[in-house]
Design a protein around this ligand. Structure first.
Ligand code: ADP
Ligand code: MG
Length: 226
């Protein structure tokens, strides 16, 4: 019965996800179709319509890309990787975006860290999702503290801390629920994808937050066997 229960839970979770995806994709598609019909009927004002259509296409693209990260879990290429290199690459990627948002990134990276066993692109994706959330949580700028340390013989700890709006307690539980977002143009998929990836890595992800003070996300990842 326990097995059966788990299976039916899974089915309903997957069904819920599918319904959510269908809904999320239908909205931008309806809008795109409408603007195409307007363009067909008029011929003027096209520029404004095309602008909206492009942003709707981008939204569909974002949703599909985030969801694709969850598929194909079997062909993933797990390797021993240097967490410092992964972090360095991602932080470099964010330098200009941080600057544009008046955000300063502080790194406190232990110089010698054991390698972690991971799919580097997936861990990068998680860090990208988390840094994006951190920046978005600070609309008028602030600091982000990123650290990587050895947590134990078997785990590396990566921590990302912001000084943003924070997350009220009742919403912390909803993090990672598909399509849970408080942002106007959010997809509510970033945390779900991140949780799934860390789970696939046999790691853990913990979020602690205080409203108007900030949010800290801690990720534990297993050290590679030597
Ligand atoms: P999205 O960013 O598209 O909204 P996510 O899954 O990345 O989707 O995040 C879900 C929600 O969790 C966000 O809308 C926001 O309310 C909250 N959240 C996540 N990270 C943070 C953070 N660092 N600070 C404040 N709120 C956050
Ligand atoms: Mg996000």
């Amino acid at each position: 019965t326990e097995e059966l229960l788990r299976k039916s839970e899974m089915h309903s979770a997957v069904g819920q996800l599918a319904a959510g995806i269908a809904h999320e994709i239908r909205n931008p598609l309806t809008s795109l179709k409408g603007f195409l019909q307007l363009i067909q009927a008029e011929g003027e004002k096209n520029e404004a319509y095309i602008k909206i259509m492009l942003s709707e296409f981008t939204r569909i693209e974002t949703i599909i890309n985030e969801l694709l990260l969850l598929s194909k879990p079997h062909v993933l290429n797990f390797k021993s990787e240097d967490a410092l290199v992964i972090l360095h690459d991602v932080l470099t990627l964010f330098e200009s975006q941080a600057l544009l948002n008046q955000v300063t990134m502080h790194r406190s990276l232990t110089t010698v860290l054991p390698e972690i066993y991971c799919v580097d692109n997936q861990i990068k994706q998680v860090l990208i999702n988390l840094l994006k959330n951190a920046i978005e949580a600070m609309p008028s700028g602030g600091n982000i503290y990123v650290s990587a340390t050895q947590h134990s013989d078997s785990a590396v700890l990566i921590s990302i801390e912001d000084e943003g709006v924070g997350i009220p307690e009742e919403k912390i539980q909803r993090l990672g629920e598909p399509f849970f977002t408080t942002k106007e143009t959010g997809t509510g998929l970033g945390m779900m994808v991140s949780n799934k990836i860390i789970e696939n890595h046999n790691g853990s992800i913990t979020v602690t937050s205080k409203v108007d003070v900030g949010t800290k996300v801690e990720i534990l990842l297993p050290v590679a066997n030597r």
